[in-house]
Design a binder for this molecule. Sequence first.
Ligand SMILES: Nc1ncnc2c1ncn2[C@@H]1O[C@H](COP(=O)(O)OP(=O)(O)OP(=O)(O)O)[C@@H](O)[C@H]1O
Length: 829
Amino acid sequence: MGLRQAGPVKPNGAEFSDDAPDTARRAAIRTEQAYVSHAYARLDAERSKAEAALRQGPAAGGGAVAQARLESAVATEEAARRLARLSGVENGLCFGRIDHRADPAGPGSGSGSGDTFYIGRIGLRDADGEPLLIDWRAAAARPFYTATPGAPGTLARRRHLHLRGREVVRLDDEVFDLDGLDEAERGGIVGEAALLATLRRGRTGRMSDVVATIQEEQDQVIRSALQGVLVVQGGPGTGKTVAALHRAAYLLYTHRDVLERRGVLVVGPNATFLRYIEQVLPGLGETDVALATVGELYPGVRASAADEPAVAVVKGGFAMTRFVEAAVRDRQRVPAGGLAVPSDGMVLRVPEEACALARDRARALRLPHNMQRRRFVHDLLEALAVDRAEQYDTMVDEPLEEIIRSGQTPAWLQELLDEAEDAPLLDETELRLAKEALWQEPAVREAIDALWPELTPQRLLSELYADPDALARVGAAAGVADHALLYRPASSPWTVSDVPLLDEAAEWLGKDDSAERARRRAAEKARQEEELYAREVLASAGVERLPDVQAGMLADRHHDDGPPLTTAQRAAADREWAYGHVIVDEAQELSEMAWRVIMRRVPTRSLTVVGDIAQTGSAAGAASWGAMLDRYVPGRWREQRLLVNYRTPAAIARVAEDVLAAVDPGQVPPVPVRDEGDPPRAVAMPLDGPPVGLPELVRAELAAVVPGDRGAAAGPGGGIEEGRLAVISSGALHRRVREVLPDAAAGATPEALDSPVVVLTAEEAKGLEFDSVIVVDPAGMLGESPKGGQDLYVALTRATRRLTVVHDGDLPPMLARLTSGREDSATAG
Ligand SMILES: Nc1ncnc2c1ncn2[C@@H]1O[C@H](COP(=O)(O)OP(=O)(O)OP(=O)(O)O)[C@@H](O)[C@H]1O
């Protein structure tokens, strides 16, 4: 067992744990305990202050006390945010300490000679305003993450503090400069590599932050500039997800003014995965980040069902942009033979050419369908009104012509006839009134709606999918040959691949929101006036500069007394919200159409794209990053690779490497950081009927990963804290596996993470990890789809400690490495 010297991982400068005398160790812990207790006392004091401010709430009143009221509203708002932040950082508040070398050039020479800093999840000051904890994201904390024995910078020592609750239980030291420490300190060096200790911990079903052990290559990802598209490519277990989440926290800390207003969105592959990661950001002091799956990106729809792969490929392809456009145009129709509408005992008509002209004039506006519709409706109503007037005219004309023919036209009538000769049939007012009256007639409305209906994206797509003739027309117009695959009955639920199409349709359809826009314009004007007023009031009170965030908040607060929404909540409800930054995890799974939605949400193109091309399981997903991104930021995205595998011990990683070499030889597997644990094994078991040997194997495997004597007692469903096992099977055997493990959680459900045993498909397991993984039916997995190899690779790389492969018949050759270990270690439980 040992730490493999994998390139970017920092070897320890020195470890003295075994030699450190007990008394020195205890003394060091006592010293650190005093400091940590002091930090917690400050945290408590800050919380009480924030709670008191919240309890007090904004002051009431107006007029002369308006200023106090406004200030107090801002303070309350801030107190709520601060309290949320302070509540999230209780665990492991202070986790590190750095000791700078005494600077030979003496005080005042720059680097803060011999300074010691304590690093925490948030920054705290003591009662005198002196820094007590440095926020991990601050520049002063950076040496904690970047110092290596080869390049220690000004550091003499880095110390990790391990806490249980508020108690300091262990210290790990890396000493870069023994001479930089005094005699007493040298005696007190203690510890084991903090990273390995963290990695060996049992899994709890929730991702935890790694703020104490961020590695240098991850630090570069985390602190990379906000602007532009950063792609983080790395194999399984390289910490892409965890680094991306720390990056979110870092960006919020560093660019709070922009990002708190515009918000940060994290997009993940499914709801279980989002639940798996949801605790990380609050633990880093950030609570207001929106998390969503692609199926949730269109407000009002929460899709989680997946389409058949062939259908997902059609829906995910870029050609769908033309398809949706054609679908919208298909709803802008010209009636064969013209329009005929019964009205008031007659039939009003508009010739086909006039209808076509009205359609072309509306289309020429280059507005979304529902806004073009206004023009079309007006033109047709006008044509109908004129037709009606002409028909009335004809009715009157016949008796008149008779009188004229008789040669006895009275003078007054002749005068009227002369006047009418030059006048239009309907003047402006008459025309308007006639159109309004016609619009009230249901038959007229129905007839016009049939030609150019007002449409929601949902209606457009569900009616299209359920109509084979319309699919054929639209498919032909858009050049999409596989249109028939899209057919489905009208009441079918939305799938994840529908969501980008709904979003696309929303762009083409728009909303006839003229009334709503007028209301919003008035509201915005009022808000600006409020903000100006707030600034003036505070300026008059000597508050020179109010940050934009606060002034805006204050104006919002003043304007609307309803419960304030967080940025994340407001953003999630608004399809047109422009986020300040978007992080996409498991990004290799996104289709071309899904990328369009993402890009719409972040017009500034400030994005972190996290994934592994070698794990692409979706047939509509990415074959390369360029294929997805060059359309939006040609040649302007930067890639950072993570090369070290923190999750999987070397023996398991080697099995996965063989699979990768077989299915995607161009990809370089990450280097495992740990070389320890039991060898992975293969277990032969009949799989043509119910896999009856599986429950016993699960019990034995679970006992091996659940700590202490709880392991023996814990079975599937027994509530335990650490120790997680996943059975990942081929799709074909999934049902049978579930049947023989009735107590296990199954599928991407909320319980999946809380249960000690869960049955998943490879797709559902993506992004997750478990102490022990049992892969059932690898041959079946490989045969199931062209991406079966990627699925097997994903399944094998979920294990943090133990891997068992259950098979029937010969093992696939790419798993041959397992066979050799079979005799000594493969015994079905
Ligand atoms: N610097 C670190 N210190 C401690 N643990 C780490 C560190 N980096 C990564 N890990 C751990 O390694 C495991 C894998 O991390 P993560 O899930 O982020 O990897 P990933 O690259 O997203 O994997 P996948 O591609 O399979 O989704 C997690 O348990 C994570 O906490």
